[in-house]
Design a protein around this ligand. Structure first.
Ligand SMILES: Cc1ncc(C[n+]2csc(CCOP(=O)(O)OP(=O)(O)O)c2C)c(N)n1
Ligand code: SF4
Ligand SMILES: [Mg+2]
Length: 288
């Protein structure tokens, strides 16, 4: 094929792709603001997975609320056609819980980064999880502070060089998945930004789960991390949850959570009563 034919083919492929995206209906979940993320950021893959999930669940825009903390991930509500609230670090979780408590009819999602949710605002996660309010909390975990240009975060591996640790990170990273299980998460999902179609299924399950769904997405920050979560490295080490894993088995979920391998899928799910269910019981008791 010569250059001219190549270009014609490319244009035809792009036109076909644009048509199929438009016809799918996912664009109704995108706002007029174009994402300001770096080209190639893993957050585009997460966006694609989430918009597909919202579309397949037919969530009405007027019933959709996205609440974020601060960071590159924290900018997400600007790019979504729904209600949104850009809070401060870590407060995505308590504000989202409050919104859901006030109006249980809404589909409420909290989003944020690893620094936002596990470091600077990390005090809120245990309480959201233990109360089991019916929201979905999605952490975009790139193991780095992206927005502020590449400092070490709570999930940066030991030894990794960054702007703030030029001789290598001396601190043990924390383990969000182990923490989530220990706090009592009733749904724990793991995903990878490079697999948007798998993310779609995971987000659908998380949103449909009645209770606090904690979803940790490993995602490349290709601007500030060239060694840890890179597309090349993740391609080889990421694999589906083992076929014999039972998400209802806490011990088996914990065993996988401490395994250094990367898995995607539903790690754990229980049907313990959500905050709403508990409140309904209390209301009955209070009325005698
Ligand atoms: C109390 C406070 N300290 C520091 C900052 C500066 N700050 C803004 S975003 C950010 C890091 C965000 O990293 P992360 O949550 O991992 O999100 P990412 O940018 O990687 O998506 C920091 C330190 C701030 N906004 N508020
Ligand atoms: S700095 Fe990193 S996390 Fe932020 S938009 Fe760019 S690639 Fe994404
Ligand atoms: Mg980050």
């Amino acid at each position: 094929m010569n250059n001219h034919t190549d270009k014609q083919q490319l244009n035809a492929d792009v036109a076909f792709h644009l048509d199929s995206v438009t016809e799918s209906g996912i664009l109704k979940y995108r706002s007029d603001a174009l994402p300001t993320w770096c080209p190639g950021c893993g957050y585009y893959g997460i966006t694609h997975g989430l918009t597909q999930a919202l579309n397949e669940l037919q969530i009405e825009n007027r019933n959709l609320v996205l609440i974020s903390g601060i960071g590159c991930a924290g900018r997400y509500p600007f790019f979504v056609n729904g209600y949104g609230f850009h809070t401060v670090h870590g407060r995505g979780v308590p504000v989202a819980c409050g919104v859901k408590m006030a109006n249980p009819e809404l589909t409420v999602l909290a989003v944020g980064g690893d620094g936002d949710g596990f470091g600077i605002g990390g005090g809120h996660l245990p309480h959201g999880i233990r109360r089991n309010v019916d929201i979905t909390y999605i952490v975009f975990d790139n193991s780095i502070y992206g927005l502020t240009k590449g400092q070490t975060s709570p999930t940066t591996p030991i030894g990794q060089v960054s702007k703030t640790t030029p001789y290598g990170n001396p601190d043990m990273p924390l383990r969000p998945v182990v923490m989530g299980l220990a706090y009592g998460a009733s749904f724990l999902g793991l995903g990878y930004a490079g697999k948007p179609d798998e993310l779609k299924g995971l987000f659908k399950q998380a949103i449909l789960h009645r209770g606090f769904s904690f979803v940790v997405i490993t995602t490349p920050c290709l601007t500030f991390d060239h060694v840890n979560i890179t597309y090349d490295r993740m391609r080889d080490i990421w694999e589906p949850m083992p076929k014999d894993h039972d998400p209802g088995n806490f011990e088996s979920a914990m065993a996988l959570a401490i395994d250094p391998e990367y898995y995607y899928g539903v790690l754990y799910q229980s049907n313990r009563p959500s905050w709403d269910d508990v409140q309904a019981d209390i209301a009955v008791k209070a009325k005698g």
